[in-house]
Design a binder for this molecule. Structure first.
Ligand code: AMP
Ligand code: ZN
Length: 446
């Protein structure tokens, strides 16, 4: 591991670990194969993988000699991780485990990820790489506004920020007025939050009559849920900050998997710690760079819970070509949706992100929205509820009608489904402090 070099912190393009972030592609692939041998050996200690790998003739990590051999390994699904709850995917002695995290478990039995001291150290190292790639330095005051607890956002970014040497305010999520007070008092320069919470924070800044000049905010690292370019732009314009996208999932530690650098042009995925594949979600075929598909990850350094070819259900594509920042690690585009969040509305396939992209283009539209689905007879009915700024309500009714119609027509041209658009006053739709629940599908209940 590279020791933090203060001289580098002053450069415009900062690297936490320049050597490994900029190494040669050929070398990186060799490194992946070497680490894979160890990972497979580690996985063989887990009954589930032992059975699975032995079944295809893999008895030791050394049986993986090439990426072709690697691709013979079947995918691991979330259900499989769940099926052996709580300890089925533990491959070290419990004495060597220093922490565990679980997924929220809202959709069933949670998945558990165990971490050894090295696992935690590597995770912190990766989130440090991420934040520094996005311009953070030890001079920054970092307010971490995501949940501390089983949710990985809080602790994951916390340790990375400390590694960089930032001043960390472990604020956690919620208590928005206090968050803003802390931003003022401690001159917070960088925040980490979900995009929906950041939108809410802006509303409260306005409500409290705070002038942006009273804050020192420069950057926000936003992730844990999907959001589009238009939402980024809106937040950057409203708050006069730079917003960087952060992607991760608890099965791969949490945050620290993929992150935008200062060029904001796709998220670098740390390929010396994870093997990144994009597959066709229907056929399972591995796709070439540029093609849209489902992300599949393999851990390369995990000791306590190694995971091979994990199907994330997240949809994206890999950018072709190298980034100007010099990092060799490939970039993925914004997550456009999940294979399990696609809505089928009157036969048309719709991702909630398509609707969000449209509504966030309207300056009249506020920071909160919801997508409602009901059925009317045999037909599905889509209602998009959006908050708009209060001054709009003081205007002419005809202006509101015209806005509604423009948004509805625009959504229709994007998704081919005719929505009903409802305009709501600011603060009237439910607020989210963590991952927002944007879609309410009541169709099956009718
Ligand atoms: P969890 O394991 O609870 O942390 O949830 C991970 C999931 O959150 C991912 O599989 C994605 O579906 C979603 N997610 C995380 N970061 C982002 C992001 N930047 N953009 C879109 N979705 C994200
Ligand atoms: Zn870059």
């Amino acid at each position: 591991m590279m020791i933090l070099n203060n001289k580098e912190l002053d450069l415009e393009i900062n690297y936490f670990d320049k050597k490994n972030e900029t190494l040669d592609r050929e070398y990186l692939e060799k490194l992946q194969l070497t680490k894979l041998v160890k990972t497979v050996d580690q996985a063989l200690k887990i009954e589930f993988y032992k059975k699975r790998l032995n079944g295809i003739g893999i008895k030791s990590g050394r049986d993986i000699k090439s990426f072709e051999d690697f691709k013979k390994i079947p995918f691991t699904s979330k259900d499989e991780l769940r099926s052996s709850y709580p300890k089925g995917f533990l491959s070290v002695d419990m004495d060597d485990v220093i922490r565990l995290h679980t997924s929220s478990g809202t959709t069933g039995v949670p998945t558990v990820i165990y971490h050894t001291r090295n696992d935690i150290e590597n995770w912190a190292f990766l989130t440090a790489r991420c934040m520094m790639a996005a311009g953070a330095t030890k001079k920054d005051i970092f307010q971490n506004m995501t949940g501390y607890g089983l949710f990985t956002g809080g602790l994951g970014m916390h340790y990375g920020a400390e590694k960089i040497g930032m001043t960390v305010i472990p604020a956690g999520s919620g208590n928005t007025k206090r968050q803003i007070q802390m931003m003022k008092d401690f001159k917070t320069t960088v925040v980490h939050a979900t995009p929906s919470y950041m939108l809410h924070i802006y509303d409260i800044i306005v409500e409290e009559g705070i002038n942006l000049s009273e804050l020192s905010l420069k950057r926000a690292f936003l992730g844990a849920e999907p959001y589009g370019e238009q939402t980024r732009k809106k937040l950057e314009d409203l708050l006069k900050i730079d917003v960087y996208n952060s992607y991760g999932l608890s099965e791969m530690n949490g945050p620290g998997v993929s992150f935008e650098c200062i060029y904001k042009n796709g998220m670098h995925t740390w390929e010396d710690f994870f093997i990144l594949e994009i597959i066709d979600p229907v056929t399972g075929k591995v796709l070439e760079d540029g093609k849209q598909g489902e992300i599949v990850f393999t851990t390369l350094d995990r000791e306590a819970t190694p995971i091979l070819r994990y199907r994330t259900k997240d949809l994206t594509h890999v950018y072709k070509g190298r980034c100007e920042c010099g990092r060799v690690h490939r970039r993925i585009s914004r997550i456009t949706g999940r294979t399990d969040d696609m809505l089928i509305i009157n036969g048309a396939n719709v991702f909630p992100s398509q609707i969000e992209e449209v509504i966030m283009k309207y300056p009249e539209v506020g920071t909160n929205y919801q997508i409602f689905l009901t059925n009317k007879g045999a037909l599905d009915k889509l209602t998009v509820k959006v908050e708009i700024y209060s001054k709009m309500f003081k205007g002419e009714i005809s202006e509101l009608d015209s806005l509604k119609k423009r948004i509805a027509d625009h959504i229709k041209s994007a998704i081919i489904v005719n929505p009903t658009v409802e305009l709501h006053e600011p603060g009237s739709l439910p607020v989210s402090e963590g991952k927002a629940k944007r879609v309410i599908d009541e169709r099956s209940k009718l």
